[in-house]
Design a binder for this molecule. Sequence first.
Ligand SMILES: Cc1ncc(COP(=O)(O)O)c(C=O)c1O
Length: 443
Amino acid sequence: MAKVNISGYGDDLTVNGVRIGDLSPAEHEAIEMEKGGQNYSPLEDVVVSHVMDSSTLICRKPDPDGVKAYIEEELLDGLCCYSAVNQGQLNATIVDAVIAHLQDEKIPTVPRSIRHKYMAAFLLAATAITEMDKVVPKVAGVEAPELMAKLSRRWGYRVKGIPANEAIIVVAADNFHGRSLFAVSASTDPMAKDDFGPFLPGIEVVPFNDIEALKALFKEKGDRIASYIVEPIQGEAGVILPTADYHQQVADLCKQHNVLFCMDEVQTGFARTGANFAHQLYGVKPDLMACGKAAGGGIMPVSFVAGRKDVINVLTPGSEGSTFGGFPLASVTATFAIKAMVDMNLAQNAEKMGQRMIQHFNDIKADYPDKIKEGRGAGLLTAFEMYDEPGLDGHKVSLKLLESGIYAKETHKTTVRLAPALTVTEAGVDHIGESIRKVIHSL
Ligand SMILES: Cc1ncc(COP(=O)(O)O)c(C=O)c1O
């Protein structure tokens, strides 16, 4: 018989005799290597313990004197869980609502086969903030683009009249839509794909920001194309922004060919780019939009697809569903994640602080023109790119930033993304900028 003994909370949490508060960073790593999948390579020698304020993590590092199991230091969170914590760590509006609903309101867990009263609140809030007709809740970010792909195919057959099993979904090269089989089938990254085939058929790839390529494909196969799924700004690719009129041209082309214009805003949504949703920066409105990450305010996973009534209406009972998609706690969390974003004017702060961050990048580039190629971004989705030269290495930069108390991570060999909480202050942005300057100077 398997035996497991669990007791205590926090540092006293003890599992089969191992007290979590006693573990050194090396022991954490050893347990993860032995007991977990090796699908991540987290920064070495640092373990996050808890939160100090909306942008500051307390982390554990090896004791330089080798006496204690670890020392604790502050870490400014320059990544905020890849934009899942836009509202700031442990945002009080969201946390208070969750606690009140669990403790006082006695929120239940029920499946979608019985109505619960918080679903109405979530749907009213989510359709209002997205300015879309309808919303379908899911859980992980990846499930939202996955559902856009299913909706595209069904709409393609039932409304557009594409012959059975011939629907095509177009995606952009260097996209990131998550890790499901649809997402990796759509991916152009060999690391994400190797030995996971056979891949889903019916996917065509065009270069991002190349309207002529899309035009040529639509001209050739437009009658079988159901949708174009694209990120407004490619986050994982290294914060790649399209030219100003690209999305408008895409929207026009989609209309012309009766193709659904679907945007994956899992990373760019929820005020990250200086607008509530990044498509608003480009003056377009997609037919479907995928949201995730900050939709759950960093408290729990929440994702959804928002979109046109006539498209979402192709779903029928039994064709789609999820046990925890929109369950009561998720509905409450997402409703208050929206409230926090609106009440705190996060889009405005993202725009202002983003400009300050880019100014830091530009100043550093001016002083080190042989090292920094470019600083770019929209709102607080920002990155700086170094030249691909020996010694200019994104991972090394991340490690050195860690020594200065900043958590950031390279997206590609030469690009480092900075996407702090949207509650970050001028002093926080300046601390990040000055730390980057010191690190670049030292390279
Ligand atoms: C644009 C985009 N879509 C989908 C995803 C997948 O989200 P998750 O990792 O929560 O499944 C991500 C994650 O980074 C993303 O950036």
